[in-house]
Design a protein around this ligand. Structure first.
Ligand SMILES: *Cc1c(COP(=O)(O)O)cnc(C)c1O
Length: 440
């Protein structure tokens, strides 16, 4: 369709990797205008953990709309909001012994991160925030300061201040616990690192290349934070809502963050929705101090409550996700062993895994080859070097196998051809530009 080239801004990104016009979706499948079917291993960049148009959520949403339910997003008390809060409290927080209050922010992930960082700074009276190498927290200025990616940071146009970077788990190689470095600089009044208000961390870095922090590292991080009276913010926007095999990604690490940000799959239906959770003592906001017109999304409340009721009333779903995660681990390990020649590497945990293909050119070729076979899958990481498996958690075993088979075939093809390709930097650069220009 020409209209996209004609008047849609050049800033579009995912559309370039999958240049089709989509008009229908169900479960783990997307369909384009010509009726082609695609298996969706991107799932709205992690917003569709429960798949497209889940029939149970759809029914609730239709009922709500048909009954003239409130649709705007102003922070009025609505029945839909009350019912969502009740479901979240009863089925998510209480069974996990978590005592949090909930702040409704603007409906995107970066809004939640901005609110979390602002709250931490206001409470402590400190400006500095510790973020990690390869972290991604959004692209509005406050969040962008905590984001590592130079492509995104480069567009800021102003200095990105108030954040100090520390090495994430594994950044310095195996066997080095980078929390020891954090502990050292926080203990040394001449380290040059100002005492921070908070540390913000993803337990599994999504955009940064599917880097999973070990539970031990997360525990150590919590200990350092407690010792220095620094707030611990877990950004669970992508890793949360069951992606790693538990509702919150930090559960198996046994840590209890002071502040948690959530968005992406929270509504369960791809509807924009974001919240911040924090310990009640931290609720030092004055009324309306952090404002916004769209704080909460009533239609998202309806589908988010449906998602909690349907999938999180007991641990059946979590167990299914864990089992599928184990299958993914096993398959990816065998693929890497067969074709990776000691270079490729499996990363992540649960249904949040990826294959590090060493460089973005190889990973890009793999995802393009997969797309030709009807699989939508993207890359992540500093150089887009990681093929990122982000299929809906509800995917059936047959489709999961099929998707991984397609990637395996694509890797086989690409690796076979790789020997013929000149190791010439200009050539690789031209490929990267082609990727940006959406040549499949
Ligand atoms: C996607 C993401 C964000 C930003 O969310 P937006 O809705 O794109 O603003 C923040 N943190 C993490 C971990 C994310 O994955």
């Amino acid at each position: 369709m020409k209209i996209f080239e004609e008047i849609e801004s050049e800033v579009q990104s995912y559309a370039r990797s999958f240049p089709r016009v989509f008009n229908k979706a169900q479960g783990e499948y997307l369909y384009d205008e010509e009726g082609n079917q695609y298996l969706d291993f991107l799932a709205g960049a992690g917003t569709l953990n429960y798949g497209h148009n889940h029939p149970v959520f759809k029914e609730k949403l239709l009922e709500y709309v048909c009954n003239d339910g409130i649709t705007h997003g102003l922070d009025l008390h609505t029945k839909a909001k009350g019912e969502f809060l009740e479901a979240f409290n009863e089925k998510i927080l209480k069974p996990r012994n978590l005592n949090y209050v909930m702040q409704f922010t603007g409906p995107t992930g970066t809004n939640a991160v901005e609110a979390a960082m602002k709250l931490a700074r206001n409470i402590t009276g400190r400006e500095n925030i510790i973020a990690f190498t390869n972290g991604f927290h959004g692209v509005s200025l406050g969040s962008l300061a905590a984001t590592g990616n130079s492509h995104h940071r480069g567009a800021a146009g102003v200095s990105l201040s108030g954040v100090t970077r520390m090495p994430f788990d594994g950044y310095m190689g195996e066997g080095i616990d980078t929390t020891q470095y954090l502990e050292k600089v926080l203990s040394d009044s001449s380290s040059g690192v100002d005492k921070p208000a908070a540390v913000i961390v993803e337990t599994v870095q999504g955009e940064g290349g599917i880097n999973a922090a070990s539970f031990e590292w997360l525990k150590n991080l919590e200990t350092v934070c407690k010792k220095h009276e620094v707030l611990l913010i877990v950004d669970d926007i992508q890793a949360g809502c069951g992606r790693t095999g538990t509702y919150f990604s930090f559960e198996p690490a046994g840590i209890s963050p002071d502040i948690v940000t959530m968005s992406k799959s929270l509504s369960g239906y791809g509807l924009p929705f974001a919240v911040v959770l924090f310990r009640p003592e931290l609720d030092q906001w004055r009324p309306g101090e952090h404002n916004g017109t769209f704080r909460g999304n009533n239609m998202a409340f309806v589908t988010a409550k449906a998602a909690i009721d349907h999938f999180w009333s007991d641990d059946t779903f979590a167990k299914q996700v864990q089992a599928k995660g184990a299958y993914i681990t096993e398959r990816l390990a065998s693929i890497v062993e067969k074709y990776g020649e000691g270079n490729f590497e499996v990363r992540g945990r649960g249904m949040f895994q990826g294959i590090n293909c060493v460089n973005g050119d190889i990973a890009g070729k793999i995802t393009r080859a997969a797309f030709k076979q009807g699989l939508i899958i993207e890359t992540s990481g500093a150089d887009d070097q990681v093929v990122k498996f982000l299929c809906p958690l509800i995917i059936n075993e047959e489709s999961l196998k099929k998707g991984i088979d397609i990637v395996e075939q694509a890797i086989k093809e690409v690796c076979a051809k790789e020997d013929e390709i000149p190791e010439d930097q200009d050539y690789f650069d031209s490929l990267r530009i082609n990727k940006l220009k959406a040549v499949v």
